[in-house]
Design a protein around this ligand. Sequence first.
Ligand code: AMP
Ligand code: GLY
Length: 426
Amino acid sequence: MQENILIIGNGGREYAMGLVLKDDKRVEGLYFAPGNGGTHALGTNISAIKHTDILESIKKYAITLVIIGPEAPLSEGLSDFLKEHNVRVFGPSLAASRLESSKAYMKDLVSQAGIKTARYMQSSDVKTLSEFIYTLTPPIVVKADGLCAGKGVIIAQSHSEAITHTKEMLSGKAFGNAGMRVVIEEFLDGYELSVFAISDGKDFIMLPACQDHKRLLSGDNGPNTGGMGAYTPTPLCDETLLEKIKKDIIAPILDMMRKQGSPFVGVLFGGIMVCERDNELEPYLLEFNVRFGDPECEVLMPLLQTPLLDIVTHAIDGKITQLECKMKQKYAVAVVASSKDYPYKSSPAVPISVKEFDMNLGHIVYAGVSKTESGEILASGGRVLLAVGLADSLSLARDNAYEIMRHISFDGMHYRDDIAFRALGK
Ligand code: AMP
Ligand code: GLY
């Protein structure tokens, strides 16, 4: 069957999915809503945002499959809306998306399922939260309940700092309604992994683990961001550890979702903290997201040997275990180039210069970019683009990513120089 595919979203994640779908012979038309200044080159951008406008476009362009990239449209029930209108859609329901859109709900469910996670208290009452804060030893983690574009987590260095942030969140000043309920957590010390399960509501398959780099600056310094770079596969997650994550974290939550009547169909993203306990590595669940990670998607997509289209359609059709999901025996490293004032404020749009480079090194993924009428690509968002290096070894893949980056420049461009440092050293 020939497909006309619509990808919802405008980031690097959606560009990366588009890049692999474009090369699939079964894909006749590729559309993005709203897309970015780079996705123009892969397909057609549609300006629809409202559900009804998206549905209009689906009819107009005879779309056969919709893939929802980001969390926001999922938490607004776009998947349910499209299903009600008989559209084939990949992305969890509104009910299943609560795993990401409410940290308080997620923590309660995770505890019920017996999954290891940081000790916590969730409440909208400052007294209850303050009492719990004093039972913890700093640093203390303060989280807004709702979606805050990756900015709703604060690591407080003292009890009083934790209480100040809690009050600010609860007042609505810090994050509006998203902060009206707060989760306080004990701080877990370890290293982080991003794991991805593709679930059809009954069964699931796992993709290789990735490592993201959340902090803005090299050496894991500076504020948290949406992610400044990622790589996969990582030697920090061997078969044994991945199996443990699968058995102790992913399977129990998917079981729980099914039992409570909101089966999860889509990409389940586990943010894992690997801690050392009695000389053993023990994975703890930090958070669940209900979509691919960004920039993790940018390193997973080019390594898929089994086509993304097959993964998506097998999940939708409830037969994911009939698929043998194979990866290329390669490594991918993605380095994010961000704008001058990211993540604090937006920066004025500036032109991007890209000099020709050897395509064997890898490729560029466009994210926060727009296109002028004359066809020029401008850096207009926070995370502007990614250099994705591919190779037979992790160290060469990293060299390739930085080699590509040396061919790119724009005013105020910033990137970390140590992506994959936990696996390779600096
Ligand atoms: P989250 O959005 O919940 O994944 O949190 C964002 C980032 O904050 C994570 O990727 C971690 O780097 C950090 N973080 C969140 N919760 C904890 C915790 N309990 N202990 C240590 N770091 C945490
Ligand atoms: N890279 C982390 C995220 O997508 O939330």
